[in-house]
Design a protein around this ligand. Structure first.
Ligand SMILES: Nc1ncnc2c1ncn2[C@@H]1O[C@H](COP(=O)(O)OP(=O)(O)OP(=O)(O)O)[C@@H](O)[C@H]1O
Length: 256
């Protein structure tokens, strides 16, 4: 995916992304980091064609994303937003079946493949027991997992996750991150996600994009780019960067 000179403003005309120019490496996990309001979700919105930039373009497999028909794009990329709303009373399974829509001809029933994918997605997100439960009866974290399951059922080569670990307890945070790692390694998915936990980003990403004020400050391998200086520049926080033979690299924030 090529991101070419993207400039974006919402209706208030304040520029939120300034000439973003980079690329997403296929088959890898890329994590976008940065402080609140730095433009991470806005960039994700542009990369997934949910927001139309005033300038620039996003090229996916050789074609500008705005040229894709909606169903064609939905077979290429799945998105889990930060906030998701489903009609009240909808069951988990029904939501996850929505992920199969791009793969079905109009007015056809679910086939074997749809059922297999939905069951697999529910198993992978630990929701198989809850498949017939209404979404409203689930906890915030379980609902988050249901939306991830829907995106998995969509069976796309690109998966975009905006803070997939938000609202999850630490066990399920790692469960989701391990799932992301496996999907990348075993299924060859290209994953772009937004995280707030810098150590999780270091541990689970092939590449990190660090943003501030709508600009990319650095993009590269976590080992190369996560430094004391970068953390100070991006977050205004003092950190100590540690490197442990068993644990790998990690940071310890020590204050502002
Ligand atoms: N719909 C909108 N209309 C106007 N401004 C918006 C809108 N959505 C976001 N913004 C503004 O755009 C800027 C970037 O927001 P964005 O949500 O992309 O940041 P973020 O890095 O994802 O933040 P966070 O970590 O808090 O989720 C912020 O200043 C925000 O107030």
């Amino acid at each position: 995916m090529e991101i070419k000179d993207i400039t974006f403003s919402y209706q208030d005309k304040v520029v939120r992304l300034h000439g973003i120019e980079t690329s997403i490496t296929p088959g890898k996990i890329t994590t976008i980091l940065g402080p609140n309001g730095s433009g991470k979700s806005t960039l994700l919105g542009v990369l997934t064609n949910n927001l139309a930039p005033q300038k620039g373009s996003v090229i996916l497999d050789g074609k500008a994303i705005k040229q894709y028909k909606p169903k064609e794009l939905a077979k290429k990329l799945g998105v889990v937003h930060q906030q998701n709303n489903a009609p009240s009373g909808m069951t988990v399974e029904k939501l996850v079946y929505y992920g199969r829509l791009p793969h079905k001809a109009a007015f056809t029933q679910h086939g074997d493949k749809d059922e297999k994918k939905v069951t697999w997605a529910l198993e992978r997100t630990g929701l198989i027991e809850k498949r017939h439960a209404p979404l409203d009866n689930l906890s915030g974290g379980q609902q988050q997992r249901a939306w991830i399951a829907m995106a998995l059922a969509q069976d796309t080569p690109y998966l975009f996750l905006d803070e997939p670990t938000a609202n999850l307890d630490i066990f399920y945070q790692y469960e989701i991150l391990e799932l992301v790692k496996e999907l990348c390694k075993e299924e060859g998915l290209t994953i772009v996600m937004v995280l707030h936990d810098i150590n999780q980003a270091i541990q689970y990403s092939h590449e990190i994009i660090a943003m501030k004020n709508g600009r990319i400050i650095s993009h590269g391998n976590p080992r190369d780019i996560v430094t004391r200086q970068l953390m100070q520049e991006v977050y205004g926080v003092n950190v100590v960067v540690k490197d442990d033979p068993a644990l790998g690299m990690y940071i310890v924030p020590i204050g502002i």
